[in-house]
Design a protein around this ligand. Sequence first.
Ligand SMILES: [Zn+2]
Length: 773
Amino acid sequence: MNRSRLLAIVLLPTLVSPPPIALAQQKGETPTLLDGYSRAASDAEQAWEEKFRAMPEPDNVKENMRRLSARPHHVGSPYDKDNAEWMLSKFKEWGFDAQIENFYVLFPTPKERLVELIGPTKFTASLKEPVVPEDPTSNQTAEQLPTYNAYSGDGDVTGPLVYVNYGTREDYEELDRLGISVKGAIVIARYGAAWRGIKPKVAAEHGALGCIIYSDPAQDGYGVADSFPKGAGRPKDGVQRGGVNDTAFPGDPLTPGVGATKDAKRLDIKDTPIITKIPVIPISYADATPLLSAITGKVAPANWRGGLPITYHIGPGTGPDAAKVHMKMFSNWDIKPLYDVIAKIPGSVEPDEWVIRGNHHDAWVNGAEDPVSGASAELEEARSLGELLKQGWKPRRTIVYCVWDGEEPGLLGSTEWVETHVDELRQKAVMYLNSDSNGRGYLFMEGSHGLEHFINRVAADIKDPEKGITAQQRTRLAVIAMSQGSNRADARNRPDLRIGALGDGSDYVSFLDFAGIPALDIGFGGEGSGSEYHSIYDDFYWYSHFSDTKFVYGRALAQTAGSAIMRMADAELLPYNFANTADTVEGYVDEVKKLLKSEQDETAEKNKEIDEGVFTATSDPENPIAAPKREDAPPFLNFAPLENGATALTASAKAYQDAVKAAEANGGADLDAAAIDEVNQLLMKTERAYFNPAGLPERSYFKHQLYAPGAYTGYGVKTLPAVREAIEQRKWTIADASTVSVGKVLLNESAAIDAATAKLKALTPSGEAVATK
Ligand SMILES: [Zn+2]
């Protein structure tokens, strides 16, 4: 999973008892009538949900975790299959119609790994995480995947060593100014700032031969917490595994866009674009220290220095004193089976509309936090829904519980399932709700903004286990404490908390970006801090000592996700709210306009400083740094198509929400299921109206025009990506074309909403008068 959203909360200023705050009263809604429900249905639903929320037990979540994380269970391992079969039997026991769906994917495992310093001194990296005596599963060495980055290209390379900070594009611009080239060198980058797969990608673009990534203790070790097992921090030999496959598309590298079934047509390995161009190996800071200490040459700028007790040099140095490294990375390029567990409860009224819930079950090693903390809650949620079935609850729509395999290497299990069933999903799916790692603290919510209001109302019904206030209220107060300006004002005054947009990092990607299904990702986090991520120490011992040790947030996650699934499954009218989306899109349009303006201002300022001689005057002759390159001023762009699109969207959203209010006031209960479903069928097309079938300008897999993972951020989202990334990358022709194409998509969305509005009004003819009162 993506660790950054938890860190985002952790890294913000700490809570220092915030002052008492008078929150604006939320107005305008009768809290007891659920959106999309008639009065009778709403009352019944709330009674069922209350029963449901009393069912999940922390002890069950804990025992699920003990079972699932008992042994290493990466893709292709015996315990991965064993876990899937155990979950299958559980789902069946709970009354689900369950099966395992297999896919066959390229999953490389290490054959040969070597990182050695060959000059001026000699050192060979251990590339090993030692057993910790207190930790009873850390000794399962025979089953543990070695430390590596999956989908590294094969290679045996030797070259001078250069430290590149985080290895982002900005870091290479700095290297340019320092007159340092990585051509023919091996680079060493620290984890952080961008997703790990960006580091070898950018290194290769600059001519490096190999890439080493290490965990610096400042962000990922004793700078965060005491070293494990004393505390939750990564010990000196701990290593972060992880995939480094390019983000051109998610899923199996050999079957882009189609399911990796047994007989699927596969690319040759040499033809897939997503394996790194150069070998890459992750190491611990114990292994990194001798390497970094051996580097000579320029001292790294202040913001490049990490938490090791050394002077950070950049290199490459000259002559016999220059640090030289030899690295080898070769994988077994095998096809491995995936075991997706898919369990259904058929809908009683609308069996052909699906509400889908998912979390992955595969891990890099034992994976108690990632992903078992989420999966254990998901299972407890499913058990509780099974109990409700026995008591007579019958969901209106079909509920599909999925536990994915192969998320860690590249969202394999979810992507292959979505690609296999994409036509059916586009016809039937009304929501995908994802979770992954879960911890203690605040509820975070990200996703499609048409679901922002929906998930806020669910969060308002969940009790925070530590504070007794609602999960929504606790997050609201945390946002006030941690943010500034308009974000803080929004948190105080806007009834719905703003939810973040989805980039990459867990199993929602293909649902949202490829199938066009409204998606949400939720979980708890932000309290406590650890850095055992993707190491052998992410296990039951670690989790039960340092994270949600009472498993009450596991229960809270089950309550939140389960309530959301029930509420979406039972609603008569799908509770999408387009006003929230329109409000968000207006904000995005403002942002890209400001982005262009600031690019223009910064370029003008930089060019002016070059003319004034600022850089020459401030360059220390004994440690010179060149002026940045002069750049052409960014042209003006025509944002009118975007503005027109956003305005139309806002008007359509308002008209739809007015029609809904009118229908509610008019007793939507009198409508029969067939009539209301005509509106639902139109609503189900609205997320896909954001699609451009051609995809993003340079990444055709990603169809959604509101959100996409960034080409150079990986996990990090880019909103209005076609426009925003073109501006950031100064591709003005693409930017110009994209304001037009995205503006058109916004008009398409507006038309899709208008169609639903017209249908709803036709069903509730007296609606107009009520709406305007
Ligand atoms: Zn995960």
